[in-house]
Design a protein around this ligand. Structure first.
Ligand code: ADP
Ligand code: MG
Length: 303
């Protein structure tokens, strides 16, 4: 039978906005050795803002009224918003709102054959032309020649009919709470904190350094995030447990694979909340520290 104190632990956690889906997870929380974290939406707010629009020179493109015209920054932003309209990714939403802020609106009817390429970007057809939007890996995958934007931020590259037409730089902010979370986990016995991200190396390393994260792996596809988790399993001690903290966008498989899957309940996807063992209702990563502390206290009471 399950000692009553365990239920007290779950109740205590729920009063802090932490939903623990079973008493066995309190035991896992007591033995956490590695905490693996997603970047976007977990350590950062996942609220991106467009900071640069860079259109290539000498590109002729349809002006949406069937006239050929020179590509300009506003026209690239207009295309970008149409390409990203049907994506739920926070990157996509920031591009759409940047465009729609200027009293313009995306015409959904012109966007056909929308396809999400998980971990890479998106593909659509607009007025019988093929468009791609995504990271540098997407450009490489589709054999599109482009020039890298090395400024600090997340870069989305665009192509029309297999030709590179420009990029948009967007920045996200680190959550105020993230530093406290990393520090608190270490003070409470977590030996190693790892960040996994699909985003670029410049931004990944910068954030890891700012937050005191031990290891960072960047430019990962969803499957590669699972592979990294498997590597972490191989290098840990026999008793040590591994948690993964994510928002579920492109990381649901890792959430499911970890000994303890912790999902952000506010910004997180429904699938993530479903797949997770623990849900943090207000999206503060430091709630992981609260959960560890509650688990430790519960153990003292139970034994
Ligand atoms: P993270 O690991 O940082 O949470 P994701 O796995 O969600 O990132 O996405 C990985 C990368 O794939 C993003 O950084 C971006 O480069 C690219 N990407 C994903 N979805 C889109 C999209 N809708 N538009 C453009 N790029 C995208
Ligand atoms: Mg994510």
């Amino acid at each position: 039978s399950i000692p009553l104190g365990f239920f007290g632990g779950i109740g205590g956690a729920s009063r802090h906005g932490i939903l623990i889906k079973g008493t066995n997870y309190l035991e896992v929380l007591n033995n956490l050795e590695s905490v693996v974290m997603d970047k976007t939406g977990t350590l950062t707010k996942g609220i991106f803002k467009v900071t640069e629009v860079n259109a290539e020179n000498n590109i002729k493109i349809n002006d949406f009224q069937n006239n050929k015209t020179e590509l300009t920054k506003p026209l690239l932003l207009k295309y970008a918003a149409h390409i990203e309209k049907f994506s739920n990714h926070p990157i996509a939403q920031s591009i759409v709102s940047e465009y729609e802020n200027s009293a313009s609106k995306v015409d959904e009817n012109v966007v056909k054959d929308f396809e999400e390429i998980s971990g890479f970007g998106v593909k659509v057809n607009i007025n019988n032309h093929q468009f791609l939007a995504g990271n540098s890996k997407l450009m490489d995958l589709k054999n599109i020649k482009f020039e890298k934007n090395r400024n600090l931020g997340t870069v989305i590259y665009f192509a029309a009919d297999q030709k590179y037409i420009g990029n948009i730089l967007i920045s996200d902010e680190i959550k105020e709470d993230s530093e406290k979370a990393i520090k608190g986990m270490k003070e409470n016995g977590v030996k190693e904190i790892v960040m996994l991200t699909g985003d670029n190396e410049t931004i990944g390393k910068n954030i890891a350094k700012k937050l005191g994260i031990d290891k960072v792996f960047t430019e990962l596809l969803p499957d590669e995030k699972v592979e990294k988790l498997e590597e972490i399993y191989k290098s840990k001690s026999e008793k040590g447990k591994v948690a993964f903290v994510g928002d579920g966008i492109n990381d649901a498989p890792v959430l499911a694979r970890a000994d303890l899957g912790i999902a952000m309940g506010g910004a997180g996807s429904d699938a993530a909340i479903e797949a997770a063992d623990v849900v943090i209702m207000n999206d503060e990563p430091s709630k992981v520290v609260t959960a560890i502390k509650i688990a430790k206290k519960t153990k003292e009471i139970v034994w």
